[in-house]
Design a protein around this ligand. Structure first.
Ligand SMILES: Cc1cc2nc3c(=O)[nH]c(=O)nc-3n(C[C@H](O)[C@H](O)[C@H](O)COP(=O)(O)OP(=O)(O)OC[C@H]3O[C@@H](n4cnc5c(N)ncnc54)[C@H](O)[C@@H]3O)c2cc1C
Ligand code: SF4
Ligand code: SF4
Length: 467
């Protein structure tokens, strides 16, 4: 069996499209609302046999891991951290000029940086994720596209918790020569870096890569499930927005907007079945085997600065990890001119702002890999090793239950669609998620208790040493 086939059939494929680009084949969408390479069905031998297909897949070729790619491509490597990779500086802040922050999901830097690079003449356009004209049920709501004007760039603002693939847009780049900023989640940026190793046109055309911090990818079915929970049938859902800003909407609340021909509904995701992002409903199973939280191979990482000093601001605040000297200078100029509000934060702040992501993808990953190892199942080689961390029984139960939520939601949503009965999904999933919530609450309780005991011990030691 080819290793690409093994990646797909063992549930490690994130649907990035790098293998499709390398073999000049296509990506298709399966009944679970996930991308999968057509080479699996048609057979690798039907396509370009000399391709670098195994080199570009982010779940293969462990010798080309994130550290190696970062060494190769980045010019801002003054510091190194095992969690956020190489970096020159770490910032938190937001855009002040124009409507970037208001229209963005967080501080608006994700859109602003493309607009600024275009204005300064560094690029001809931005490759990012925009609304897709859906022609059939099952078509994606969002896809990669190229924006060449400020207006087009601004139209692509906002986070899409929705799978995307790169093969189509990379072919487009070949027809539209120029310099582009590429924006993607860490595994897609890693895939682009791998492609750049073997494809001089893509290397030349994409001088800047930006990564969004990534919790995990959701299948297209997650989008359908949120709309259906509020009475919009999957067949009627026409538009979707994942996070909405507005009066009395805290930054931490993920309020979605779902639209059909007649109405637009707005709801807090955490109030509907499978809507609380981190519980893992309709998450890709590949994301359970990923150790890059912040996109360590990108010139710039953009996320939410989930830190107490910024969370209170409902308008959104970005976390920025800068690994490129040109971008570093652009931020310094914007800060000095007051066009951005930026504060220097520490590496620890950056890690703390994504603590849940790092727990799930470092400690949790080491546990999930150990389970694969003990069952004798094949798994992709990661920078994290099986059993690298000692994991408490309670945390193990949380990781196992989260993965079970993903599997269960994947199967039961399909059953609900095929039976045209939302309650099949709701009833199965609600019970499972209740159990996961109890475990998570216990974990929060024990963590708080632990912290309290540690503080008391420290206080006692300080007193004793003063005596
Ligand atoms: C799947 C996913 C998971 C995420 N998980 C986390 C997390 O755990 N922690 C965290 O801090 N941040 C996470 N983010 C990033 C966060 O939601 C914001 O996107 C980020 O803070 C940028 O906000 P902004 O206001 O600066 O960007 P905006 O001004 O809103 O611009 C966002 C830019 O990103 C592009 N974009 C949006 N969605 C995608 C996508 N799926 N793929 C490629 N490009 C896209 C848009 O087209 C736009 O150009 C995640 C994003 C995604 C897509
Ligand atoms: S992860 Fe990407 S490159 Fe690997 S098999 Fe899936 S689509 Fe292909
Ligand atoms: S969690 Fe990892 S594998 Fe999944 S979408 Fe994010 S970067 Fe890719």
């Amino acid at each position: 069996m080819s290793t690409i086939k093994k990646v797909v059939e063992s549930g490690y494929c994130v649907g990035c499209g790098a293998c499709a680009y390398a073999t000049k084949s296509k990506m298709t969408i399966n009944k679970y609302g996930e991308y999968e390479p057509e080479i699996i069905k048609k057979g690798l031998e039907s396509f370009n046999a000399d391709s670098n297909v195994e080199k570009v897949c982010p779940f293969l070729s462990p010798d080309l891991n994130e550290n190696v790619l970062a060494e190769e491509f980045l010019d801002g490597k003054d510091n190194f951290s095992s969690k956020i990779g190489f970096y020159n500086n770490v910032l938190a802040g937001h855009v002040n000029e124009s409507e970037f922050r208001k229209n963005g999901t967080s501080g608006g830097t994700g859109t602003w940086i493309g607009a600024e690079l275009l204005k300064l003449g560094y690029i001809d356009g931005v490759i990012h994720v925009k609304k897709n004209k859906r022609l059939a049920f099952g078509d994606p709501f969002y896809k990669y596209a190229i924006s060449n004007t400020l207006k087009e760039i601004q139209d692509g603002a906002k986070t899409k918790y929705h799978v995307v693939e790169v093969s189509e847009v990379l072919e487009l780049v070949k027809d539209r020569p120029g310099k582009y900023l590429f924006i993607g989640v860490p595994c897609l940026v890693k895939a682009i870096r791998r492609i750049q190793l073997v494809d001089p046109v893509i290397k030349e055309s994409l001088p800047f890569l930006v990564s969004l911090v990534c919790g995990h990818f959701k299948s297209i079915n997650w989008t359908l499930s949120l709309g259906w929970a509020k009475g919009i049938h999957p067949k009627d859902l026409s538009e979707f927005q994942y996070r909405t800003k507005g009066d009395n909407i805290p930054a931490r609340k993920y309020v979605f907007r779902a639209q059909n021909e007649k109405e637009t509904i707005q709801e807090d995701s955490s109030k509907v079945t499978g809507g609380k992002f981190n519980q893992g409903a309709l998450m890709l199973s590949a994301c359970n085997f990923c150790d890059d939280v912040v996109g360590e191979t990108a010139d710039l990482t953009i996320g939410d600065a989930w830190l107490p000093q910024f969370e209170a601001d409902d308008n959104g605040t970005n976390l920025l990890i800068v690994r490129n000297k040109i971008l570093q200078n652009i931020f310094e100029v914007a800060r000095s001119e007051g066009r951005m509000t930026l504060v220097d934060i520490t590496e620890k702040d950056a890690i703390d702002s994504q603590s849940g992501g790092f727990r799930q993808r470092r400690e949790g990953l080491s546990y999930r890999l150990s389970k694969k190892q003990s069952k004798g199942e094949w798994y992709p080689e990661k920078r994290i090793q099986p059993n690298q961390f000692s994991v408490s029984m309670l945390r193990k139960m949380i990781y196992t239950n989260r993965a079970e939520v993903s599997d269960l939601t994947r199967a039961s949503f399909l059953e609900a669609i095929e039976s045209d009965n939302y309650n099949i999904y709701k009833n199965t999933v609600d019970t499972k998620i209740k159990k996961l919530m109890k475990l998570e609450l216990s974990s929060i309780f024990f963590k708080a208790l632990n912290n309290k005991i540690s503080r008391k011990i420290q206080k006692y030691r300080r007193k004793a040493s003063n005596v």
